[in-house]
Design a protein around this ligand. Structure first.
Ligand code: AP5
Length: 209
């Protein structure tokens, strides 16, 4: 899943995961877990995440490489939020080669920056199962409580307007150039970020064939 922060990558990744029974590998969630657990990697990651900067490639690449040791990736997986830099794209190429895996699609979510700022300020997330909500377009059934696992929902620290603005700049500088790489490989499938929630499932089914 490729696209700017808040464009709907996570929301789509969860739907595709349900449709095709595939695990979602979300680097943002993995890093937030490391931060919550207070690991060495988490402590370093936090200082970057709080500012909306990318966590250094060696840390993220290591986390992803380790994740690929788990057997559940054998029948496929969805990468959400990785790669985000040239160094990460190169590392992914190497991980795929080492594991004899072929990348089949790169889903690019396209959405205007103005809509992104509005969406992120009204996002609520489940820190336990990763389910994503929006106060208007996808509210939880019970206020502040995850429908899936019952945990208390949170507002992410990096969903503040000035941090969101910087995340968008970082995306434009470091991640957007990857679109060309994957377009040249014929892997990009573009999807609009404004497709209404209740149509997303059918849309993604059609997009992925
Ligand atoms: P990460 O957690 O990956 O955040 P992000 O990429 O900035 O993306 P988001 O999770 O904010 O948004 P999303 O596109 O998944 O949108 P969502 O579906 O939630 O990364 C956070 C930080 O971790 C980074 O800044 C960095 O520091 C670090 N990090 C992570 N990966 C890294 C890496 N590879 N390298 C280095 N550092 C890394 O949707 C947003 C909102 O919109 C939700 O409320 C949702 O309900 C709503 N919404 C979604 N779709 C629709 C729709 N169709 N209609 C209406 N509302 C919708």
């Amino acid at each position: 899943m490729l696209g700017p922060p808040g464009s709907g990558k996570g929301t789509r990744a969860h739907i595709i995961s349900e449709l095709y029974d595939l695990p979602v590998i979300t680097t943002g969630d993995m890093l937030r877990t490391a931060v919550a657990e207070g690991t060495e990697c988490g402590k370093i990651a936090k200082s970057y995440m709080d500012k909306g900067e990318l966590v250094p490639d060696d840390i993220v690449n290591g986390v992803v490489r380790e994740r690929f040791q788990k057997p559940d990736v054998e029948d496929g997986f969805i990468l959400d939020g990785f790669p985000r830099s040239k160094g990460q794209a190169d590392a992914l190429d190497q991980i795929l080669e080492d594991n004899n895996i072929e990348l089949t699609h790169v889903i690019l979510v396209v959405l205007d920056d103005k809509v992104i700022v509005e969406r992120l300020s009204k996002r609520r997330s489940c820190p336990k199962c990763g389910e994503i909500y929006h106060l208007e377009s996808k509210p939880p059934k019970k206020q502040g409580v995850c429908d899936v696992c019952g945990a208390a929902l949170i507002q992410r620290d990096d969903d503040k307007p000035d941090v969101i603005k910087h995340r968008l700049e970082v995306y434009a500088e470091q991640t957007k150039p990857l679109i060309k790489k994957y377009r040249d490989q014929g892997l990009i499938l573009e999807t609009s970020g404004v497709i209404p929630m209740d149509q997303l499932r059918d849309h993604l089914k059609e997009l992925l064939g």
